[in-house]
Design a protein around this ligand. Structure first.
Ligand SMILES: Nc1nc2c(c(=O)[nH]1)N[C@H]1C(S)=C(S)[C@@H](COP(=O)(O)O)O[C@H]1N2
Ligand SMILES: [Mo]
Length: 262
């Protein structure tokens, strides 16, 4: 009893100091819990799966949720009958802006060129420009938009992607989720969701202002896809293939939105 009393006395802390001690303890506990939660969240993100392996700049899937939700939203709202606004030919720029020359090496020999289409693993089509030009021609004058912030009304001509697919009997391929296109040297490449590729205004284009495409605009054949930003409008198509996975995409690999819809 006596000892106990003594002990208590010695350990007795004045009221204010005890309060400080308690607060210190609470602060420390709160800090520890928050720190632990932060660390756990970081670890989870660090170990999270990559968004489409190798396709989207190694970004972790949870960080792409907002973009993917946007994509979902826009895909649901995608209406193949909703057309990009078109303009009279007279409004088309005579001096068309040129932007981006990845995959447009100058020592390219257009004489050798043919479009390669991989129907399946061992089934390839080689299609000449002449054959493509024999298909029904569609023209469009619309406002081309680059993600960098400029736009320009321009005039293009070529074959509708959907007409091309129908002509070559690529129905099975058209039922796949994506088409991948690349330049002959494979330096520039894009992946396009099939609904956008099959949109009635999407063209495999060989003319600008009623003249053959200039080299810097993608001669002999380029993609014109008004439902997408400029980055998806691949110039100088060398080959294409079909896939249910997202094909590699040059700008998506740098962190840009894969869908890039308008
Ligand atoms: N092969 C290839 N295609 C490309 C690019 C590129 O760098 N290389 N740039 C893209 C971008 S960002 C834009 S805005 C358009 C520009 O097309 P234009 O030069 O005909 O105006 O091409 C797209 N297609
Ligand atoms: Mo662009």
């Amino acid at each position: 009893m006596k000892i106990n009393k003594l002990f208590k006395k010695e350990n007795e802390v004045p009221g204010a100091e005890r309060k400080i001690q308690r607060r210190t303890f609470i602060s420390f506990a709160v800090f520890s819990v928050l720190y632990g939660a932060g660390y756990a969240a970081w670890r989870k993100l660090y170990h999270a799966a990559e968004e489409t392996e190798g396709v989207t700049a190694g970004a972790k899937a949870p960080l792409r949720k907002a973009l993917n939700a946007n994509e979902e939203f826009f895909r649901k709202g995608f209406d193949e009958n909703r057309l990009a606004k078109t303009y009279p030919k007279s409004m088309a720029a005579k001096k068309v802006r040129q932007n981006g020359d990845v995959g447009l090496d100058t020592d390219f020999d257009a004489g050798d060129w043919a479009l390669s289409v991989t129907k399946s693993k061992n089934d390839m089509l080689q299609i000449s420009l002449k054959e493509i030009m024999q298909l029904p021609k569609t023209e469009i004058v619309y406002d081309f938009k680059c993600i960098e912030g400029w736009d320009q009304i321009s005039h293009w001509g070529g074959v509708r992607f959907s007409d091309f697919m129908a002509h070559y009997g690529l129905n099975k391929q058209a039922s796949m989720k994506y088409v991948g296109l690349q330049t002959p040297d494979e330096e520039y490449y894009v992946g396009i969701d099939m609904a956008s590729a099959m949109h009635p205004q999407t063209l495999l284009c060989y003319e600008m202002n009623e003249q053959p495409l200039l080299p810097e605009h993608g001669y002999p054949l380029r993609l014109i896809i008004p439902v997408k930003y400029g980055i998806k409008n691949l110039k100088r198509i060398g080959s294409m293939f079909f896939s249910n996975e997202r094909p590699p995409d040059y700008w998506a690999e740098q962190g840009y939105d894969y869908y890039s819809g308008l």
